[in-house]
Design a binder for this molecule. Structure first.
Ligand code: ZN
Ligand code: ZN
Length: 396
């Protein structure tokens, strides 16, 4: 039998919260005392409203593991995603760059032929030889799918078509059937191969290593041939506001992803942030329903407190998060109201020309309406284009 022997409270000056530390002692074992702790089975829930009859699934459509150039296993990625509150995870290894492969072969010396070498493990800037790619590019996805069964997370199979970043760029093929048949020395044929499998193609980090978002020639051709279905508005800490306008013009789904190679703790959790997420508005958390939502562009991009996407969907999302209650009515039907944010999102509101005001998660704000109960404000951390935020005009 176990009992608590020492419930102690430690107040840390640096930390903002009070943490309780408990010690448990097994009555049958006086030689060992155990610290109570949060285990790997803890999930930080991100509460979002249903919008227009759809559930909002929290997805990361761009991640890496040791099977390309990431630092951890697919199994860890799944656990981390669950800990971070995600519902959907795409595993998207670089096809053309797998930095650990040579080390793995060196480690397996004795099991593999003495002259065994990693083949075509770094061909971002040059064409492959006739040997093609030898690795099983489906393995990371399979391992993640197996692990995800224990967490209820949907794994989207994918791969990152990784070519020279300035002249061609990087593209995630999502909902792939067989990553081993994607590669071709001609990048254009890689897109054809992805399409043959019914994959959707997302343009990743469109300004990375570039001076602007202007298309280089080959990328222009990729767009003109209609190969692009979606675009990353945010990737890691990069935010490309002009990509929102492109998404509207070219009818692309918007996306925000971590492109995580290390751990989300380093980049997000230790900074007290949620990881980047693509919010997918779908009927259910299945590959079919998620794909349908992406095809019909029912997504929003979230990173570091900013949300980007189509104007009406942003407004609907905000309105589903917030409720309004009239407390009293004054002269000329000016009303005292309370607006309550019942979601995990923070909103930055500007009423008229006043200073912006934060509406924090699960918090309320008291306001007075204009005559007749009108309330107008802009939600400034929501982006409907590169320089516009949704304006709400309400009659309460
Ligand atoms: Zn990339
Ligand atoms: Zn990547």
């Amino acid at each position: 039998m176990k009992r608590v022997i020492l419930p102690l409270l430690f107040l840390s000056i640096a930390a903002t919260e009070v943490s309780a530390q408990f010690y448990y002692q097994d009555a049958n074992n006086v030689d060992m005392i155990r610290h109570a702790r949060q285990t790997g089975a803890v999930r930080r829930e991100i509460i979002l409203p249903q919008v227009n009859g759809y559930n909002v699934y929290k997805a990361d459509l761009h991640t890496h593991t040791i099977y390309s150039d990431g630092d951890c296993t697919p199994e860890y990625r799944v656990k981390e995603a669950w800990n971070n509150g995600l519902d959907v995870l795409a595993i998207t290894e670089h096809i053309e760059y797998r930095k650990h492969e040579g080390n793995m072969i060196a480690f397996l010396k004795g099991y593999v032929k003495p002259d065994a070498q990693a083949v075509n493990y770094n061909i971002i800037r040059k064409a492959a030889d006739e040997k093609g790619i030898q690795s099983d590019l489906n393995l990371a996805v399979k391992l993640a799918q197996k692990a995800a069964k224990g967490y209820g997370i949907t794994i989207i199979p994918g791969a990152e078509i990784t070519r020279e970043p300035i002249t061609i760029g990087h593209y995630n093929a999502l909902f792939t059937q067989d990553n081993n048949t994607l590669y071709d020395t001609d990048p254009m044929k890689s897109f054809v191969n992805a399409r043959k499998q019914g994959a959707l193609i997302m343009h990743n980090h469109p300004g990375w290593r570039r001076k602007s978002l202007e298309h280089p020639e080959l990328e222009k051709a990729i767009y003109e041939k209609g190969f692009i279905d979606g675009i990353e508005i945010m990737n890691g800490s990069e935010f490309y506001p002009k990509a929102i306008t492109r998404a509207h013009e070219q009818k692309l789904f918007v996306s925000a992803n971590t492109d995580v190679h290390n751990s989300t703790y380093e980049q997000y959790i230790l900074n007290n942030c949620f990881r980047n997420m693509t919010f997918i508005f779908a009927k259910e958390n299945t590959l079919e329903a998620l794909k349908e939502a992406l095809v019909n562009r029912r997504t929003l991009a979230y990173a570091y407190g900013s949300l980007a996407g189509e104007e009406q969907l942003l407004k609907d999302f905000f309105q589903a998060s917030v409720s309004y209650k009239v407390i009293s009515e004054g002269k000329n039907r000016k009303k005292n109201i309370v607006m309550t944010n019942l979601s995990s999102m923070t909103y930055l509101l500007r009423f008229g020309n006043g200073n912006p005001i934060l509406l924090e998660p699960f918090s309320s704000l008291k306001r007075t309406t204009g005559e007749g109960g009108t309330l107008s404000f802009t939600v400034e951390n929501l982006w409907q284009s590169e320089n516009e935020h949704p304006k709400l005009e309400l009659n309460l």
